[in-house]
Ligand binder design. Structure first.
Ligand code: G6P
Length: 604
């Protein structure tokens, strides 16, 4: 959601670096793009609605520039348009901004009284005018920035150019991500490391409240009063991690990476030589309750976790949508653990939810993918999912990595229980775990079959997913995956709840995907599948080889290998991801960048 890239350097490749960086950030989601660069010491701004390619076509790359800031905008205040696109310029100040200035209406009124006029509907143009006013008043950009931080409410990562000092690039941050890339004779700013990986893997993380003055040779970072010494970090992955590596889409690549991600996580978290077996896992057995806060697919992974932790760990688990959790009455206390799950570690609602949990005195744990992200820095304990950079907006490998960690947590709780039945159920866990990557690969290699199934349902307007318990949690993720990338209306329903309304939507030929992987409730779900089948539904029945039944209650059957119940969701999700992918492909959708969606949702 909104991408920022900035460059200052002796090598004068500002336009190329910024456009390349914006392309690398396309996955964050956007609907307009723009760039400001210096041309013989004068700032030139170019902006376009739509894709970066529209902008790129109009830029003269032959004329070199030593400083530029660029932006991809995901519309919040005002429609996607050239006027609303960033950068915004007001007299000597030019800015790009990610976040929301919450008090922009009051500020705008004040600025209007001072004679400022506005051409866009954005809060960013107000922020730009405010900075200009403060700069004129203080006659010093550092002081103007400090005052700006005091006067504004909300969240921001801002890249700033000042006409009077085009040998420096300025940046500030509060509650929105921003890093500074470090290189010889040139430095960068960016919303995320992939934006600069083509040029450097060294970076500095800017903290809330800090601002930076960046020249080609130096990076000076200040908190409210003093200059602070910042650690230069090195990105763990490589450029290969952010390329498609021969796949047509990032989503296809990321789906196929899941066996490797699982193997890597098992290596990190499972130590079969020790009594404890799960290494680096916090002991959760003393908590009276667990609350999981998350958004989107991360919340769906949380639902898998709830099923597994309650069943195998005997601890009650609430799963809360982070944006709801923030504004409701809470019944958590120091006996509760609050777990935030997030791929990006930057989702605004999840970040605020975990801060609230901390204020309430709860212990906090984060399951995040991005090292050093905001959520990981707020909590008392972090478990990293190690999925590597995920570029496609629709998550696949990060979701299964989150599910993997939750399964490991449930296993470690079950391992310490005295319940003989449970201990016997999990006794084959380590064996099953070793076989899992091979079973995952078998399913993925059967892609042709899922493509055929996708061909079967691509022309429909509505699809339903039904299941019970953990299968219902999988239905929710399968349904979200399908609707977000194929734009087909889809609903996930608890199978037993169907006849309380939704069954009236089932007509002849309506596709219904029924998931049956839990032995305890398999027959019940099959009865519900029969109810839709007898009303004409076109049933795709997904089950394990252990539970597989024949009969006339389905049209297509998908049989997946049986594994330990703690690991089964990691296999069941794969056909759902592949079917969604091929349905979206059949419908010529923009698979990696679905319309209106953003990968990293940094506004509430
Ligand atoms: C967006 C993405 C989803 C993701 C959700 C939460 O909506 O499109 O794929 O599940 O945000 O993101 P997070 O980074 O917190 O996991």
């Amino acid at each position: 959601m909104c991408g920022i890239v900035g460059y200052i350097g002796k090598n004068k490749r500002a336009k190329n670096v910024v456009i390349n960086g914006l392309e690398r950030l396309e996955y964050r989601g956007y609907d307009s793009a723009g760039i400001a660069f210096s041309n013989d010491n004068e700032i030139v701004i170019q902006k376009e609605e739509g894709r970066i390619s529209n902008l790129k076509n109009n830029i003269d790359f032959n004329k070199k520039s030593n400083i530029a800031i660029g932006h991809t905008r995901w519309a919040t205040h005002g429609v996607p348009s050239k006027d609303n696109a960033h950068p915004h310029k007001c007299n000597k100040i030019t800015i790009v901004h990610n976040g929301i200035i919450e008090n922009y209406i009051e500020l705008k009124e004040e600025l209007k009284k001072l004679g400022y006029t506005f051409n866009s509907e954005t809060d960013t143009e107000v922020a730009c005018a405010l900075l200009d006013y403060l700069y004129k008043d203080k006659k010093n950009i550092n002081l103007a920035i400090k005052e700006f931080q005091k006067l504004t409410k909300g969240s921001y990562a801002i890249g700033i150019l000042c006409d009077d000092d085009l040998d420096s690039l300025y940046a500030i941050k509060k509650n929105s991500p921003l890093i500074i890339g470090v290189n010889d004779n040139e430095n960068y700013i960016a919303s995320d490391v992939p934006a600069i990986l083509d040029f450097t893997n060294k970076y500095i993380t800017l903290e809330d409240g800090e601002f930076a003055k960046i020249t080609p040779y130096n990076v000076h970072v200040y908190d409210s009063f003093d200059e602070v010494v910042k650690e230069i970090k090195q990105f763990e992955g490589s450029i290969e991690d952010i390329n498609k590596n021969g796949y047509e889409h990032y989503m296809a690549k990321e789906i196929n990476e899941q066996p490797e991600v699982f193997k890597k996580m098992a290596t990190i978290y499972i130590d079969s030589s020790s009594d404890n077996i799960i290494s680096n896992m916090p002991d959760l057995s003393n908590y009276k309750s667990i609350t999981i806060v998350a958004c989107g697919s991360a919340m769906h992974a949380g639902l898998i976790g709830k099923n597994l932790i309650e069943e195998y760990g005997d601890i009650p688990v609430n799963v809360e949508i982070a944006s709801e959790f923030r504004y409701k009455k809470l019944f958590i206390n120091k006996d509760s653990l609050v777990i935030a799950i997030s791929q990006s570690g930057e989702t605004a609602d999840t970040l605020e939810a975990i801060k609230i949990a901390k204020e309430k005195g709860c212990d906090t744990l984060a399951i995040v993918n991005v090292n050093g992200s905001s959520i990981s820095r707020v909590v008392s304990k972090v478990l990293y999912t190690k999925a590597g950079p995920e570029i496609a907006v629709a998550t696949t490998k990060a979701y299964s990595a989150q599910t993997t960690l939750l399964s490991f947590i449930a296993y470690s709780l079950a391992k310490n229980s005295n319940d003989k039945n449970k201990l016997s159920e999990i006794s084959s866990f380590l064996n099953d775990l070793n076989k899992l990557p091979i079973q995952m690969r078998e399913i993925l290699d059967n892609e042709k079959y899922y493509k055929e199934i996708a061909d079967h349902i691509s022309k429909n307007n509505d699809i339903f997913f039904i299941g019970r318990g953990i299968d219902y949690a999988l239905c929710m993720e399968g349904s979200l995956k399908l609707k977000e990338i194929s734009y087909i209306h889809s609903e996930a329903y608890a199978a037993g709840e169907l006849k309380h309304g939704t069954i009236s939507l089932i007509d002849k030929g309506t596709p219904v995907i029924g998931i049956v992987t839990d032995k305890k409730i398999a027959d019940k779900t099959i009865s519900n599948i029969k109810e839709v089948k007898s009303r004409g539904a076109n049933v795709i029945y997904i089950t394990t080889d252990e539970l597989s039944k024949n009969g006339d209650f389905y049209d297509i059957k998908i049989t997946i290998p049986k594994t330990n119940a703690l690991l089964q969701p990691l296999l069941t999700i794969l056909p759902l991801q592949l079917i969604s992918y091929h349905v979206a492909k059949n419908r010529n959708c923009d698979i990696d960048k679905p319309k209106n969606l953003a990968k990293s949702v940094t506004v509430e």
